[in-house]
Design a binder for this molecule. Structure first.
Ligand SMILES: Cc1ncc(COP(=O)(O)O)c(C=O)c1O
Length: 485
C-alpha cells in the first residue's frame, strides 16, 4: 500500500480555498467572518474569525465525512498507525465515551481501574455498562493509584467471562504506564477488547524511546488528547481504532453525542498538529525529553523533593514511566502538591498543570525553554527554603478503594435525597465528587460513603483543591439514594 503524504493538510487547504473564493455566505455562523460582531473580530483577530466556518459542500461534514475530512482522517490514521482515526471536537471526553458505548450496551460488563477520569464514569452512566473494578496497584510512599496488575485483570476476567472490555489508562496523569502490551495479550487471549485512555499519551505515537502507544500494543481503541501534548487547540482530540471494519459502527456511536457543528478551527488545528508531529515529532519529543531529564536531574539535587522516574518501574503495575512528565512528590517538605501549586502561582507567577494531596505535575513541552525550566527549579528551591514544615499529620494517600453497592447508572437515576456531606457516611452516592484536576472521582454514583472519604474531601478542600462534580457548588450537601431505595 502506498503511504499517504503526511505533509498534506487537506482540511486547511479546503478552508483556505473557501476564503480565497470570497464566497458570499448566507449560512451560519451568523457573525459572517466577523462582520456581524466587530468586538469578537477585534478580540480574535481577522484571521481566526475568517476561518470560523461551518460545514459546506467543499468542506465535508464531520458527522458523515466523505470528502476532505474523511481523507484527512485516513492520513491521520496512518500517522498513528491506526486502522482509522476520527477527528473529535468535543474533547477527549467524547472519545472516551464513544469507546465505552461502542463495546458496551446497558448491562454489559467492563473491567477498569477505579482511578479513571470522570469521563469514563460518566460513560458508565450514559451506557448503563456495569463496572468491574480492579484496584490499581498503590505506591505506599507516593500514595497514588498506579496501573492494574495483570494477575488482577485475569482474575476479573475469569470471574466475569462475559466482560466485554478492559479499560486502561496509558499513562495516568502522573505518567505511570501499566504493562499495556501484556494486558492486551492477556485480554485478547480471552476474547476481551482493550480500550485505552491516552489523554496524556499523544507523544507516545511520535517520539523515540517513549512508552508503547495503544495502537502499537495492539489495543482495540484509544482516546488521544492531541490538545494536551500534541499541540492542537484545546478540546480537539483523536479517537483511534485498530480495525477499520469497525469504522461505521463507531461513527454511529460517536454521532450520538458529537456536535453536528464541528468547529473548523479545531479541525484545522488537528490537521496541522498531525502534520507537525508526523514530520517533526521525533525531534520535538527528543527536545522535550532532554529538557525534562535535565529538570529531573536538577530536582534530585534538592533533598526533600522526590522525583518520579524510571526507578519506579516494576514490570507490572508500573510497566513504564513517561519521561516527558515532571511529577514531583512534595509531602516530605510538609506541603501538599496543591499548596505548592498555589504558592508557585501566587508568589512566583508560575502556572503548573496540577497539584494534589502529595504531588505536583509540571508539563514540559516543545514550547518551553531551559530558561523557563530554570525559573521553575529556582522557585521550588525557594519554596522549600521558605515554607518547609513538619510533614507529620498529613494525609498519606490519594486513592480509597471503593465499596460498590449499585451500578453508576442505577444510582444516578434513583430516587435521591439531599444530606450534608459531613453526615453522609453509610449512604450510597447518587452523584460523583472529585478534585479537578486530576478529575478522578473520590466517590462515584453507586458507591458507599465513608468517614475516610469525607475526611479526604474536606482535607483536600482545606488545602485548596478545587472540589467539583456535585450539584451543590458550595460543597456542603450531596445527593444520596433514599434509604428505602
Ligand atoms: C485521563 C483523562 N481522560 C480523559 C480526559 C478528558 O479530556 P477532555 O478534557 O479533553 O474532554 C482527561 C482530561 O483531563 C483526562 O485527564
Amino acid at each position: 500500500m502506498t503511504k499517504r503524504d503526511q505533509s498534506q493538510t487537506l482540511i486547511v487547504d479546503a478552508m483556505q480555498h473557501e476564503i480565497d473564493q470570497r464566497i458570499v455566505s448566507f449560512d451560519v455562523p451568523g457573525h459572517k467572518q466577523g462582520k456581524g460582531n466587530p468586538m469578537l473580530r477585534d478580540f480574535l483577530g481577522d484571521k481566526a474569525i475568517h476561518y470560523d466556518l461551518n460545514s459546506r459542500k467543499t468542506l465535508d461534514n464531520l458527522c458523515h465525512p466523505t470528502g476532505v475530512i474523511y481523507q484527512a482522517e485516513c492520513i491521520a490514521a496512518e500517522a498513528f498507525n491506526a486502522g482509522h482515526a476520527f477527528f473529535i471536537v468535543n474533547g477527549t471526553t467524547a472519545a472516551v465515551q464513544t469507546m465505552i458505548m461502542s463495546v458496551c450496551k446497558a448491562g454489559d460488563k467492563i473491567i477498569l481501574p477505579r482511578n479513571v477520569h470522570r469521563s469514563a464514569i460518566n460513560a458508565l452512566i450514559l451506557s448503563g455498562a456495569i463496572p468491574v473494578y480492579v484496584n490499581p496497584g498503590i505506591d505506599k510512599k507516593l500514595g497514588i493509584g498506579l496501573g492494574m496488575a495483570k494477575k488482577d485483570i485475569e482474575e476479573a476476567i475469569l470471574a466475569n467471562p462475559d466482560a466485554k472490555a478492559v479499560f486502561v489508562n496509558n499513562p495516568t496523569y502522573y505518567g505511570i504506564c501499566a504493562d499495556l502490551k501484556g494486558i492486551v495479550q492477556l485480554a485478547h487471549s480471552y476474547g476481551v477488547k482493550v480500550l485505552v485512555d491516552e489523554a496524556h499519551g499523544t507523544h507516545f505515537y511520535f517520539g523515540e524511546n517513549l512508552p508503547v502507544s495503544a495502537m502499537a500494543a495492539g489495543a482495540d481503541m484509544a482516546a488521544v488528547s492531541m490538545h494536551k501534548t500534541g499541540g492542537s487547540l484545546t478540546q480537539s482530540s483523536f479517537l483511534l481504532i485498530q480495525n477499520k471494519a469497525d469504522m461505521g459502527h463507531v461513527r454511529q456511536i460517536l454521532n450520538l453525542t458529537h456536535t453536528t457543528s464541528g468547529s473548523y478551527l479545531l479541525l484545522a488545528s488537528l490537521d496541522i498538529s498531525r502534520k507537525h508531529l508526523a514530520l517533526e515529532g521525533v525531534s520535538v519529543f527528543n527536545k522535550v525529553c532532554k529538557l525534562t531529564k535535565y529538570a529531573r536531574e536538577e530536582m534530585k539535587k534538592i533533598p526533600g523533593y522526590l522525583v518520579y522516574d524510571e526507578a519506579l518501574i516494576n514490570g507490572d503495575t508500573i510497566g513504564n514511566v513517561d519521561p516527558t512528565k515532571l511529577s514531583i512528590y512534595t509531602k516530605d517538605i510538609g506541603l501538599t502538591g496543591i499548596e505548592v501549586y498555589d504558592i508557585l502561582r501566587d508568589e512566583y507567577d508560575i502556572q503548573i498543570e496540577f497539584g494534589d494531596l502529595g504531588s505536583i505535575l509540571a508539563i514540559i513541552s516543545v514550547g518551553d525553554t531551559s530558561l523557563m525550566v530554570e525559573r521553575l527549579l529556582a522557585a521550588l528551591t525557594d519554596i522549600k527554603r521558605k515554607y518547609k514544615k513538619d510533614p507529620s499529620g498529613m494525609l498519606d494517600h490519594e486513592y480509597i478503594q471503593p465499596t460498590i453497592i449499585r451500578s453508576p447508572r442505577e444510582a444516578f437515576y434513583a430516587e435521591t435525597e439531599v444530606v450534608p456531606i459531613k453526615e453522609s457516611a453509610g449512604r450510597i452516592m447518587a452523584e460523583m465528587i472529585m478534585a479537578y484536576p486530576p478529575g478522578i472521582p473520590i466517590a462515584a454514583p453507586g458507591e458507599l460513603m465513608s468517614e475516610e472519604i469525607i475526611e479526604m474531601i474536606f482535607y483536600a478542600k482545606s488545602k485548596g483543591s478545587f472540589i467539583t462534580g456535585i450539584e451543590d457548588t458550595s460543597i456542603t450537601n450531596i445527593h444520596v439514594l433514599k434509604e428505602d431505595n
